[in-house]
Ligand binder design. Sequence first.
Ligand code: MG
Length: 304
Amino acid sequence: MADRVRVFEVGPRDGLQNEPYRLTLSAKIHFINALVNSGIQDIELGAFVRPDRVPQMADTEQLAAFVRQKKINLKKAHAWFLVPNTQGLKRAIGVGVTHFAVFTASTETFNQKNIGMSISESLKEIQKIVDDIKKMEVHCQVRGYLSTAFGCPFEGRVKPQKALKLIEKLANLGICQISIGDTIGVATPSDVTELIKPALKILGVKKTAVHFHDTRGVALANALRSLDLGVRVMDSSAGGLGGCPFAPGASGNLPTEDLVYMLNRMGIDSGVHLESLCRASLELSRKMNRPLTSRYLQAYRSQS
Ligand code: MG
C-alpha cells in the first residue's frame, strides 16, 4: 500500500454552503489560512453560483481576488472553485481562478433540482467549460464531481453501471480528476467496492477521488474500503462541516480530522498536522456557536 493520501478539503465550500450560519469574509479568510497552515494542499474555497440562491457563497469573487492578490497566503496549496456553468466560468476567469470544479449528478431529478439541467445538458455545459479553459494561456486544471453516485434522495439506489457510464463520459471530456460522491451518505463498504473498483480501472489512481458524507455514520468505513481498493485522493471537510440539505440535522461530509487521525495511526502520510487542524476547526466551532460533528475533534476538545 502506498503511504500517502491527498486530502482534498471541501469545508469552506461544500461544508459552509450547507451551514445556516454565515461567516463574515474576514472570518472565512482566517479559517482558510488556518487550514492551509495545517498542511492542507487542495482546498475548495467557493462556488460561482447565484448569490441570491446560495448566500453563503456570495463572497466567492472576493475570495478569489484575495487569492490572486496573495492576500490569502496559500503557500503551495491549490485553491479550487466550483463553476456550475459557463456564466460561472466567466466570473471565475475574471478574478484569476486557475483550478475549477465542475458538477453533474448520476440522477436526473437531483441534477435538475441542483443546477437546473438534465444530465446530458450538464455534460454539454462541462464540455464547453473545459474547451474554454483549454483556450486560456495560463495552466489550469478542471476537477469533476459526480454526485448521487450511490443513491439519490428522489430516485433511490443508483446502480453502479449507471454511475460508471457517467464516469467514462466525464473522463472523456478531459477532466484531471473525478470525485465520486455519496451526496446523501447512503453507501456502505460493499457499495464502495462495487463502484470504486471498476472506476479505478477506468480512471487510474491519479484521476480517482472519493467524496463521502457521514449522514448514516459510514463515511470513514467507506474511506477505509476505498483506501484498501487503492484510492489515494479523498474529499473531506474540517470538523465535518456541512449538513445534508435533504436530511435536516444530519452529519455533513467525512470529517477531515477523523480521516487524518485514521491515516496517521495507519502510518499513511497526508501532510496534514492534526493538532493545527483541530485548533482551526474548534475556533470556527466557537464562532458558529455549535459543536462540529467530527468524533476526533470532540475527543480532542475534551482532552485539551
Ligand atoms: Mg459533499
